[in-house]
Design a protein around this ligand. Structure first.
Ligand SMILES: [Zn+2]
Ligand SMILES: [Zn+2]
Length: 303
């Protein structure tokens, strides 16, 4: 597998039973950062969209005012996030229409969240093909569409009920994705559902803290994060801090956000960081503990 994890001490391997997973490429010390990556795509739930910055992924305790007036689905924390990066709006224009259609689509919260992630993922793909998107100039790894395709789909194991739930929306979904050029004219719905399954089985929750509790407000896809298998006796832990800057962690979103500081240090939030919980030997499998929560099928949970 031709994947570049730069200087991170990880190596991807695979087996028929486990699929693809990470091994330690060298000895890792307790506390060491094993991998840091940014999301391939994120999608807040509809009732949180106004508090989530479409550009930098910062979640706020109150609604942002800058937004796309044509779809009302993309909100921005600052003028900088809204306007200064001309790519953001040009890119958003490609999915503005489909975003508006999804907003009025009658489907449950879970389905909508999966479909919104798929829109973002396919948009990344469209963009990657159009432009030679540069790597970020920091130590965070970026996930690409090809990494998403490495994820395991469980579509063939779906129950009849689950299949039927999606089949009901077949015509609507194919038509909106085709009219936005996100999928090809001749795609089979099965292929579409394989992508849905990859998201369902590998999505991570996005949380904010309120009064000491973690509240789920959306989903994100980090293909590389999915290569850490689950273990009850995990040797790594995943952190997803709501960063303001590398050394200036925003502990709580209730903290007042000083927009002038933020503008100076624009960052992409919602990175995920994997830390070694104890010393790990070269060749050992890297694992994290997924929190099981039956209420939300995507919450750190692999199916
Ligand atoms: Zn922002
Ligand atoms: Zn829009």
């Amino acid at each position: 597998m031709n994947l570049d994890f730069r200087s991170y001490p990880v190596r991807l391997t695979s087996s028929p039973e486990k699929g693809r997973y990470f091994l330690a490429k060298s000895n890792i010390k307790v506390g060491e950062v094993v991998l840091k990556c940014s999301p391939l795509a994120t999608a807040p739930f509809d009732n949180h969209k106004k508090r989530y910055c479409y550009t930098c992924n910062l979640y706020n305790s109150s609604a942002y005012s800058y937004h796309c007036v044509s779809c009302d689905q993309a909100y921005f924390c600052s003028l900088e996030c809204y306007k200064n990066d001309s790519n953001v709006l040009t890119k958003h224009e490609l999915i503005c229409n489909i975003s508006r259609k999804i907003a009025t689509w009658s489907a449950d919260k879970h389905m909508k969240s999966v479909v919104r992630l798929l829109v973002q993922i396919l948009l990344e793909y469209l963009w990657e093909k159009k432009y030679n998107d540069n790597e970020p100039k920091n130590d965070t790894l970026r996930n690409y569409f090809k990494d998403f395709l490495l994820l395991k789909s469980h579509y063939l194991d779906w129950s009849i009920n689950l299949k039927q739930d999606w089949m009901r929306h077949k015509n609507f979904l194919l038509s909106i994705f085709k009219s936005s050029n996100l999928i090809q004219e001749n795609i089979e719905f099965d292929e579409f559902l394989h992508m849905v399954s990859r998201i369902e089985s590998n999505g991570f929750g996005m949380y904010y803290q309120s009064k000491g509790r973690e509240i789920l407000f959306g989903r994100a896809i980090y293909p590389f994060a999915s290569f850490f298998n689950h273990s009850c006796d995990a040797n790594c832990d995943a952190l997803q801090p709501n960063y303001r800057g590398e050394n200036d962690q925003v502990e709580s979103v209730q903290t007042e956000i000083n927009s002038s500081t933020l503008i100076k240090k624009k960052e992409t939030f919602r990175k995920v960081e994997f830390i070694a919980l104890h010393n790990i030997n070269e060749g050992e499998e890297l694992t994290i503990s997924y929190i099981a929560d039956t209420h939300s099928p995507l919450q750190w949970e692999k199916i």
